[in-house]
Write a protein that binds this ligand. Structure first.
Ligand code: 5GP
Ligand code: ZN
Length: 120
């Protein structure tokens, strides 16, 4: 079932449960979880269950769940001002070479207050 994953990728390991994460939403095509180094207290990530470094390499059916999950996260966490963004390549600030979409509540606001994540 995980034939599209890479043995050595940290996000593929998160999907397989080999690296722990705080899971928010999981579908057959996508997995979302809380960012380990949040830019604000509501920073979370949505990733396809398909190992591709760049968005243009991803089959379309792995993209269809992404924005509905972003919306679900934003609503559940009561975000009102936030960014949904996705970086491709080092020069575009991509650090982890597995496609991921950030959902970031009011960036550069203090972390650790108020929001308690629950699985969605
Ligand atoms: P990028 O700069 O590649 O767009 O963002 C990568 C994001 O992944 C960063 O926000 C970073 O904090 C997050 N991240 C990297 N490694 C891990 C990890 O092992 N667990 C979690 N939950 N987030 C991670
Ligand atoms: Zn991967």
């Amino acid at each position: 079932t995980h034939s599209h994953l890479d043995d050595d990728c940290i996000f593929c390991k998160i999907i397989r449960g080999e690296i722990p994460s705080f899971k928010l939403v999981e579908t057959d095509k996508c997995y979302s979880f809380v960012d380990i180094e949040p830019l604000s207290e509501g920073h979370s990530l949505i990733i396809p269950k398909y190992h591709a470094e760049f968005m243009h390499q991803l089959p379309d059916d792995y993209l269809t769940d992404i924005l509905p999950i972003a919306k679900q996260i934003a609503k559940a966490a009561k975000f009102e001002q936030y960014n949904v963004l996705q970086n491709n390549g080092r020069l575009a600030n991509q650090a982890v070479p597995h496609v991921h979409f950030h959902v970031i509540d009011k960036p550069n606001t203090s972390t650790g207050l108020g929001l308690t994540w629950k699985p969605l």
